[in-house]
Design a protein around this ligand. Structure first.
Ligand code: FES
Length: 159
């Protein structure tokens, strides 16, 4: 059972150290994902509520949120553009793509446009090394992106 557990933890039982499955964290993710989907971010108040629900410290909730790039403690844009920065993507020119998005959207990486339409981020693996440089716009994967395609990709999201 513990071998199948995603998050095993040691506890002292009967004076002995034993491994048990810590289900708290595996149950935590769907709850956080649900809040993220409904609100677009997870507020400090939400973190406290979730921590209370699971009987853990809010810092643990915060660490989960900051570990997973698809969870956020900040309100983001209507569309999230994620540029992969894995080695293959960097070698294929992903930084040129980042620079072009920054120029066209008039923001820096990690920021959201003033109209709240777009947030620009770097992300690790999106499973698209073979089509680098690749990006994700919301849940859509786009490969072989060139700086010349950036404006069109942005315009397509506005339609
Ligand atoms: S390692 Fe490059 S996209 Fe996954």
């Amino acid at each position: 059972m513990v071998n199948e557990c995603a998050v095993p933890k040691k506890i002292i039982k009967g004076g002995k150290e034993v491994m048990v499955c810590d289900e708290t964290r595996s149950r935590l993710l769907p709850v956080l994902q649900d809040i993220q989907d409904k609100k677009g971010y997870i507020s400090d108040k939400n973190m406290q509520e979730v921590a209370d629900m699971f009987g853990i410290h809010p810092v643990e909730v915060f660490s989960v949120i900051t570990f997973y790039s698809f969870l956020s403690e900040k309100k983001k844009g209507k569309h999230i553009i994620r540029v992969s920065n894995c080695v293959s993507n960097v070698m294929a020119g992903s930084e040129k793509i980042v620079k072009e998005f920054e120029k066209v959207l008039m923001i820096e990486i990690g920021q959201t446009t003033k109209d709240g339409e777009f947030t620009l981020e770097r992300t690790s693996c999106i499973g698209m090394c073979n089509e680098a440089p690749a990006i994700m716009v919301d849940d859509k994967l786009i490969g072989k992106v060139t700086p010349q395609r950036v404006k069109k990709i942005i315009q397509e999201q506005k339609q």
